[in-house]
Write a protein that binds this ligand. Sequence first.
Ligand code: GLC
Length: 733
Amino acid sequence: MKKILLILTGALLFFSCTKKSEQELFISDLMNKMTLQEKIGQLVLFSSDWDVTGPTIKGNYEKDIREGKCGAIFNAFTADYTRKLQQVAVEKTRLGIPLIFGYDVIHGHRTIFPISLGESASWDLKAMEESARVAAIEASAEGIQWTFAPMVDIARDPRWGRVSEGAGEDTYLGCQIAKARVKGFQGDDLSKNNTILACAKHFAAYGAAQAGRDYNTVDISERVLRETYLPPFKACVDEGAATFMTSFNELDGVPSSGNKYLLKDILRDEWKFDGFVVTDYTSINEMVKHGISKDDYDAGKLAINSGVDMDMQGTIYYNYLEKMVKNNDVSEATIDNACRNILNLKYKLGLFEDPYRYCDAEREKKVVMCDEHIAKAREVAGKSIVLLKNAKSTLPVVDKTKRIAVIGALATSKEDMIGSWSAAGDGKKSVTLLEGLKKQYLQHRITYAKGCEVSGNDKSGFAKAIRTARNSDVIILTLGESKWMSGEAASRSNINLPGVQSDLLVELKKLHKPIVLVLMNGRPLAIEKEVSMSDAVLETWYLGTTAGDAIADVIFGKVNPSAKLPITFPRNLGQVPIFYNCKNTGRPFDKNNKYTSKYLDVDNTPLFPFGYGLSYSSFEYFNLKLSEYKMNEGGTIKASVSIKNTSKYDGTEIVQLYIQDLVGSVTRPLKELKAFKKVFIPKGETKHITFDISTDDLKFYRRDMTFGTEKGEFKVFIGTNSSNTLEAKFTLQ
Ligand code: GLC
């Protein structure tokens, strides 16, 4: 048997090496035929005019394709249209090098899933992988082989509109979700026609923009960069992410698109990344505005020599690279390197074998928005809804005799349900909350009034809303933001509910009827007053195509909410930045001591902490035990806990494990998430959960910036959220 295994392994190794050398031979042979202009053409990415995702610069991309001056197109889709453009590249150019088509398939392509921050609240890695898988199947059926996702920017400032696109504030959770999404997009074989290249963005630390103002300066320590912002990108490399996208921001005074330390020293030399790097939209050009380059030529020279392979929409590589080579400002070897990185991935996608394998109109018709995908989107949406409050068991609404008044503009807004960055999603095909409720309840027992718009000061609709609500037994009130109030270039200087929505709640409260507040928003909001006036609160983000069905499933109890916040909700903006894994400081808050870290006018705790989320079930944690209380370097200890479902509802609990390093050569966070498990517990039953803690979980960047452990005492916390845990202690000796 052993002999057979040996032969098999050898053969496998031989064939994989052969395959690699086949690829190398093919690419080298092709590059030997290419002119410098044709190589430069592969480094150029232009937007079609099918969608606009930034300041438009170019127009005549079809001519550029025909002349071999553009090797990649984004914002173009459907099998027919991409086939048309691909035919120009393959049949009209000298060497017939196929195009690669990219698009922002962030949370679904046609079937739209919850926005990424919402999906992240599910803490369900399998669900998020499946969501990305569905997106890849639909996008690839429409001629796309490359998505500009996952966005893995850690974000702790809710003023920043792009917090909606990522996985929230925590590095560990962000790493796990990054891997799941890369896996979903890329599958296990890029040559399959239903897998697409992932793109880890925005490299790096874009979420640390000062004051939460998009594109603003990032100025953080090397330690914070390494400990908080880089790990999700490293996780993408470990998962085999094929491409990276540079961020708009500067880091330590150098914009990412000209930052050799990021793009070569870390990404290539330390992490051994072997894919290609694309810039964000015209971000090479923007280095002139940053003031690090005197003109476009200078910016292009900095970018290509810092490790940028492809210029998105900037026309700088298009206009100047050939001249730079002539002026010896960039070597032809550098151009060859960038070109090879890109051709390698076109080869891996199978585009040279069959450039039209992704332009299959029949497959497109079959898979796009098919029942299976819609069902998956509804399942993932239900897992993304966070129950923030449920006083007097207001939810679920099970008594079908109750009259329900639905109030609020967002309850009937199809377009807002798909959120920002919704790719080729069609808002008109989404299910609104009112529609979803009516599909599951007696229509004549549901009434609706808008009350007011999301923004603006018009209260003229209040009277009708109050009349409607007066004749009801329960009020379902949707408040929040319009989808364009988060996403790119959508920072807000305050995070209150916009317009007069809060005033509408005040008026409805005077009716003394149960109020279910359904939030639809792309960021944490300062809603302490609104939560206090509501009996139940659901955070539903923007849940995508099936939004109304998924929310109705939860309201009527078909789905028991299980999601947990991936980002802290502050009591007000003044507390920001506020996040769970903060430092203790030398004067931690003490209510009996004036001279401690606090605000005079607001509690020191957040409105809702990281990891918070309720369920219709109730879970009791007890009996936290460690297998050992002393640990040696390289060792493992087991932490176990019992959890009883003390309710009458079967439910799922996300059990979270945090660790604190009590003393270090640098100060250490009060706690850090190191593991979590999503556990189904039938009503009345008890489950015993065990986690393995290894010394890898204790490593950090020590005083000398080496990454490792330090002996000493540690605390283990296990619980239902970052503020509510059992704890135990152990020593690393
Ligand atoms: C945008 C975004 C980036 C997106 C790119 C292409 O400016 O910053 O996330 O992938 O342009 O649309």
